[in-house]
Design a protein around this ligand. Structure first.
Ligand code: AP5
Length: 209
């Protein structure tokens, strides 16, 4: 299974990916997680990405495309992958398409998680990430156990200002890739409002079709 998860910031892409990887037994490849790891490690890639990310802007295509194409060429992706956060622009979608064509593989599905803009800021501002397990929580919708509260991280780009900017970038740059996949008959839309388990059930039903 080769799939892309797409949706606005805070739609629940990471939350659902964590629930779906066990089902499909394919690697979850999050461009945001890879970039955050590079920033933490202080690599050249991380230094190039840091300022853009903090401000809620997109990291330049040339930085992200190389990073992801290198990742999906690794042996653990031979039977499939779940891309989360990539592609996010038309040049990224075109680069992915060209690389997959050259590798002789095809995409199975592009899953769009739809959440109204009005819910996005609350989801992001309340998000907390566990650096030890990678688990994503929300202070109100998916509260963490009190004993791990001290180690949880609040992402630098989860301020109201940065989330609003990320949402604008989503509408201006990422939404335009959806027609490309719609034309190919690959796009499936899933309502992302409801509990994470309800959304997962909708995704599972959609993928079963
Ligand atoms: P990235 O990390 O990809 O961020 P994003 O797309 O903005 O998505 P998020 O991680 O914010 O949200 P999500 O949909 O995964 O939601 P989650 O499951 O956590 O990118 C960050 C930055 O990196 C970008 O701004 C950019 O700078 C750079 N970047 C990354 N990829 C790039 C690319 N390809 N090109 C250029 N730049 C790139 O859920 C959010 C919260 O809601 C959580 O607290 C969760 O608990 C809660 N929640 C989830 N589901 C539900 C539900 N059903 N009900 C209630 N709460 C829920």
């Amino acid at each position: 299974m080769r799939m892309i998860l797409v949706g606005p910031p805070g739609a629940g892409k990471g939350t659902q990916a964590q629930r779906l990887v066990d089902t499909f037994q394919i690697p979850h490849i999050s461009s945001g997680d890879m970039l955050r790891a590079a920033v933490k490690e202080g690599t050249d890639l991380g230094k190039a990405a840091d300022g853009f990310m903090k401000a809620g802007q997109l990291v330049p295509d040339e930085v992200v495309i190389g990073m992801i194409l290198e990742r999906i060429a690794k042996p653990d992706c031979a039977k499939g992958f779940m891309l989360d956060g990539f592609p996010r622009t038309i040049p990224q979608a075109e680069a992915l398409d060209a690389a997959m064509t050259a590798a002789g593989v095809t995409l199975d599905v592009v899953l769009m998680i739809e959440v109204p803009d009005a819910l996005i800021v609350e989801r992001g501002v309340g998000r907390r990430n566990d650096p030890e397990t990678g688990r994503i929580y929300h202070v109100k919708f998916d509260p963490p156990p009190p004993e791990i509260a001290d180690r949880l991280v609040h992402r630098k780009d989860d301020t109201e200002e940065a989330i609003t900017k990320r949402l604008t970038y989503y509408h201006d740059w990422t939404a335009p890739i959806l027609p490309l996949y719609e034309q190919k008959g690959l796009l499936r839309r899933v309502d992302g409002v409801g509990t994470p388990d309800e959304v997962k059930a909708r995704i599972t039903a959609t993928l079963a079709n």
